[in-house]
Design a protein around this ligand. Structure first.
Ligand SMILES: CC(C)(COP(=O)(O)OP(=O)(O)OC[C@H]1O[C@@H](n2cnc3c(N)ncnc32)[C@H](O)[C@@H]1OP(=O)(O)O)[C@@H](O)C(=O)NCCC(=O)NCCSC(=O)C[C@](C)(O)C(=O)O
Ligand SMILES: [Mg+2]
Length: 323
């Protein structure tokens, strides 16, 4: 299989061998953009952007006295059908959290619309019970075997203690119900408020949680979506934080303003030099495998299977450029 993987000079398409591993990554979510659901002008604007994922928001981007307006505006967009763009994208709705008085009406409104959203984003998931309850609600309303993608927010100390249980439950339900978990989101702002952390320039106060989220996401084959960069006019700072997140293994990042979109979309793709490194390495790997050598030297570094897998990851991501 590796032979066909490396024989192209240009970047090869996905191989069958990778299908299971990358299935959910086929819908990239490099930039996940929040659009306040009560603002039709911003919703229309978001549809003009080259962004992987639009999250129409009922939650924290909407004032309490605008919750109903947001729900109704989103519903009217869903009833009209998913707006077409020149390429596919994820059209989702972030409902309110399960400990509020709003979530049931949010869910009812989007699941009974003429067209379902692609994805429902569930904020402030704290225990596996929320996922079970969500799955039940969906089952009652969707009578076919149609699947709805689910993005799970981890944004409190309790959520981090229960994160494995939450993912296990979601994974189990994906086999028997209409829900398909696709991503974990790190809600760093709520997390800091929850644990009483003070934000610093280096983000040291959230390092453990930020890493833990990636680790669990990868264990359950979910995308890992990094924190919001709230200083939305500081594009240099945003780029730096994107690169940091990508190096940690994040697959995308939340954005709040159109100006952040191109930087995030670009940052979560490998650079030309990374692609060159990875394809050269894979070719060299194949040659050394044929010669019966497990470990070898490439560009001055020792290479074995783990590095080869990292190179494969780079190529998989590079393929997203073409989708
Ligand atoms: C910051 C704000 C108020 C500045 O809004 P503004 O209108 O003052 O900015 P602007 O620079 O004047 O905007 C320029 C153009 O972009 C448009 N625009 C601007 N923003 C958006 C947007 N999001 N979506 C679509 N369009 C947008 C805006 O309408 C305008 O359009 P125009 O040129 O045609 O007139 C605005 O950007 C905004 O409302 N952003 C979204 C805020 C939000 O959703 N926050 C909640 C998500 S973060 C979160 O929940 C935390 C997390 C994860 O849970 C946890 O860490 O815990
Ligand atoms: Mg939050």
């Amino acid at each position: 299989m590796l032979v066909s993987f490396v024989k192209f000079r240009t970047i090869p398409r996905f191989l069958n061998i990778n299908k299971i591993i990358v299935r959910k990554y086929n819908v990239p979510r490099r930039a996940l953009m929040y659009v306040p659901g009560d603002d039709p002008k911003k919703i229309s604007k978001s549809l003009t952007l080259d962004v992987d994922c639009i999250a129409l928001d009922c939650e924290d981007g909407v004032a309490v006295n605008k919750k109903r307006e947001a729900r109704e505006t989103i519903r009217s967009f869903l009833d009209k059908g998913k707006p077409s763009k020149d390429r596919d994208y994820d059209f989702g709705v972030r409902i309110n959290a399960f400990d509020t008085e709003y979530w049931q009406e949010d869910l009812e409104s989007c699941l009974t619309a003429i067209n379902l959203p692609d994805t429902i984003l569930i904020p402030k998931v704290e225990t596996a019970d929320t996922i079970k309850q969500f799955s039940e609600e969906v089952k009652q309303r969707i009578k076919s075997d149609k699947k709805i993608n689910v993005i799970i927010y981890i944004e409190s100390a309790r959520a981090f203690l229960n994160i494995v249980d939450i993912c296990k439950t979601a994974e189990g339900l994906s086999k028997t119900s209409n829900i398909q978990p696709v991503s974990l989101v790190f809600g760093s702002d709520d997390f800091c408020a929850n644990i009483g952390a003070t934000r610093t320039e280096s983000s040291i106060e959230i390092l453990y949680a930020r890493q833990k989220l990636v680790l669990v996401a990868k264990a359950f084959n979910l995308q890992a979506i990094d924190m919001v960069y709230i200083k939305y006019k500081d594009l240099e700072g945003l780029k730096k934080q994107c690169e940091e997140g990508m190096k940690m293994g994040y697959t995308g990042k939340q954005v709040i303003h159109p100006g952040q979109v191109p930087i995030v979309q670009e940052a979560f793709l490998p650079s030309a030099s990374q692609i060159e490194w990875a394809s050269g390495l894979l070719q060299s790997f194949e040659k050394h495998q044929k010669d019966g050598k497990g470990a070898f030297t490439y560009k001055g570094s020792m290479i074995d299977m783990p590095t080869m897998r990292q190179a494969e990851n780079v190529i998989k991501l590079a393929n997203l450029k073409k989708t």
